[in-house]
Design a protein around this ligand. Structure first.
Ligand code: B4P
Length: 192
């Protein structure tokens, strides 16, 4: 099994590049953002809790997120030859929980792809997406909070995964297909 984490700020292209990686490598995609948005659309109890955080640009509490991730992983695992974790982990405790969850199942994280994009470009992309899709967290105030949370709480994961020896920084601006080539080169240099 090959397990990949795609990491980066909000709007850095995690979802966009994950779609292409699934096609290329046949991996199973777990996007915690997508899981939460489905729950919100269904109006479930979990969805109501998630909405109260997402609409403010805050992270869902770690304990809840870790349970969601583990149940998605166990549900999808029998059919899978490897996973793309998109949007998870977003905190050091989530990274530690992911490591333990995988170790308990005889697995590990093989590669962490970090998409690096300047804040001004992230803001522009997300405002554009908000205008097109109406996503409730893509408005300037909430985007500002999400970027603050990213810098204070999520970006320390770069050092965490650098110490683990799995982190590869990828320049995340430019054309989608150019970025995809940079990612596949990095993955393939880690696996040969
Ligand atoms: P996510 O769904 O993960 O939201 P995101 O970070 O904004 O998405 P992503 O980075 O994938 O967007 P993409 O670049 O594809 O999370 C939403 C919320 O859920 C979080 O704020 C949090 O509250 C909660 N949550 C999720 N996971 C959690 C966790 N583990 N713990 C706690 N809370 C959690 O797309 C952005 C836009 O850029 C698109 O419009 C795309 O078309 C465009 N784009 C992509 N690549 C481009 C390029 N190269 N050039 C120009 N535009 C590009």
């Amino acid at each position: 099994m090959f397990n990949l984490v795609i990491f980066g700020a909000p709007g850095s292209g995690k979802g966009t590049q994950s779609e292409k990686l699934i096609d290329r490598y046949g991996l199973t995609h777990i996007s915690t953002g997508d899981v939460l948005r489905k729950e919100i659309a269904a109006g479930s109890e979990l969805g109501k809790i998630a909405d109260s955080y997402i609409s403010k640009g805050q992270l869902i509490p770690d304990e809840l997120m870790v349970d969601i991730l583990a149940s998605e992983f166990d549900r999808l695992r029998p059919e899978s030859k490897g996973f793309i974790f998109d949007g998870f982990p977003r905190t050091i405790p989530q990274a530690e929980a992911l490591k333990k969850m995988l170790e308990d199942r005889g697995e590990e994280v093989h590669s962490v792809i970090g998409l690096e994009v300047a804040d001004e470009e992230l803001m522009e992309r997300l405002i554009k997406r908000g205008a097109e899709s109406g996503r409730s967290d893509d408005n300037p105030e909430t985007i500002g909070n999400r970027l603050k949370v990213y810098h204070s709480t999520t970006s320390p994961l770069r050092d965490y995964y650098t110490a683990e020896g799995t982190y590869r920084a990828i320049q995340g601006s430019g054309r989608v297909d150019e970025i995809f080539s940079r990612i596949t080169e990095a993955i393939e240099s880690q696996t040969v």
